[in-house]
Design a protein around this ligand. Structure first.
Ligand SMILES: *Cc1c(COP(=O)(O)O)cnc(C)c1O
Length: 358
């Protein structure tokens, strides 16, 4: 039976990227040696690093005065690297979910943190709107897509202070006006690759702005090489994860770039939300205007709560994988990232209809 992968992360990757990675493990770049067995100093690898960075710059229109880095450690490591590098005395955070809360906790090790608004009062089902960003903060941190709760900030907001964004789960899903941000980071394993590599896009004039003495590996400047091909090569980079990311970005480009991704993502999300709104058995958890195009969260409608296990079994029997909601929301979550085909969303919608008929 065909499986439809709705895992929240790690998650579905483009088939082409997976196949290319398998081939590269056997034989990297026609060298007769596998990707996992070469030195990261071989010229073929340096070319992959340079091309991966070039794809990021091309797809997101990243200006030259921004550095693009690929460290390890995941987004969770950035929760403390961001304040270590950018916070002198104070930072402001928007608390829109568990990941934002974790980022806030780490930032408190480095100075004052002002939480300008939080949607915790309603289990993070909405994005707070009317808040004031303090102008004495060194930066303002947002989480653009709340993977667990299925809410998303759909536009590049304006901030009077440096804007920092955790874009782990919606990077490359839409065009981004990079100029509006001082720093963008995330783990690759939601929308741009496998686990193991992190992306950091940082405006160069912000480097060293905390004036703090930093351990070498915490300092972003460490990852900027003398030559572009030396970027992210201070120590051994996560070679395999970067290679799969490289292939994933080539796929994004071949599909028509982030504009094409946005259109496809919108079509998929519209289809699924329309069914959730139509089908009397289900109800969405996020407020409509803040609904995520990446993670679609829904529960059984009032009066039908007892059918949750039955639907889970029904869906599983029809090849649906990874639709169990996060424990803090319950119900269901379908993650429909870039590489999730429209066909999978259509199959899930059909499954919801068939369950209703039955
Ligand atoms: C998954 C996720 C994280 C955590 O990423 P790791 O790479 O596992 O540390 C952080 N923020 C958001 C928005 C996420 O979706």
């Amino acid at each position: 039976m065909k499986k439809h992968n709705f895992n929240a992360g790690p998650c579905v990757l483009p088939r082409e990227a997976v196949e290319a990675a398998i081939e590269a493990i056997r034989d990297f770049d026609g060298t007769g040696i596998g990707l996992l067995e070469i030195s990261h100093r071989t010229p073929g690898w340096e070319r992959v690093m340079a091309e991966t960075e070039a794809l990021w710059r091309d797809l997101l229109n990243i200006p030259d005065d921004y550095a693009v880095l690929f460290p390890g450690g995941g987004a969770s490591t950035q929760f403390f690297e961001v304040p270590a590098n950018l916070m002198k005395t104070k930072a402001a955070y928007l608390q829109t979910g568990v990941w934002a809360k974790k980022a806030i906790k780490e930032a408190r090790f480095f100075g004052d943190v002002e939480v300008v608004a939080s949607s915790e009062d309603k289990n993070y089902t909405y994005i707070p709107k009317n808040y004031t960003i303090p102008t004495d903060a060194d930066y303002f941190h947002i989480t653009t897509n709340n993977t667990i709760y299925g809410t998303e900030i759909h536009e590049d907001i304006s901030s009077p202070v440096t804007l920092v964004a955790d874009m782990s789960s919606d990077i490359m899903s839409r065009p981004v006006d990079v100029r509006k941000y001082g720093l963008i980071y995330g783990g690759a394993q939601k929308n741009v690759g496998p686990a193991g590599v992190t992306f950091v896009i940082v405006r160069r004039d912000l480097l060293g702005s905390s004036e703090r003495k930093l351990p070498t590996m915490v300092n972003y400047s460490t990852f900027i090489g003398a030559e572009p091909r030396d970027n992210s090569m201070f120590n051994t980079p996560p070679v395999f994860a970067i290679y799969v990311m490289y292939q994933t970005l080539k796929w994004v480009k071949a599909q028509g770039g982030v504009e094409a991704m946005q259109k496809l993502n919108k079509d998929k999300a519209d289809l699924l939300y329309a069914e959730i709104d139509r089908n009397p058995l289900f109800v969405g958890t996020a407020v409509k205007e803040d609904r995520s195009l990446m993670n679609v969260c829904f529960v059984m409608a009032p009066g039908h709560e007892d059918k949750e296990t039955a639907f889970m079994t029904f869906a599983k029997e029809r090849g649906m994988v990874g639709i169990k909601g996060h424990r803090s929301v319950g119900g269901f979550r379908a993650s429909i990232y870039n590489a999730c085909p429209l066909e999978s969303v259509e199959a899930l919608v059909k499954c919801m209809r068939d369950f209703e008929k039955q």
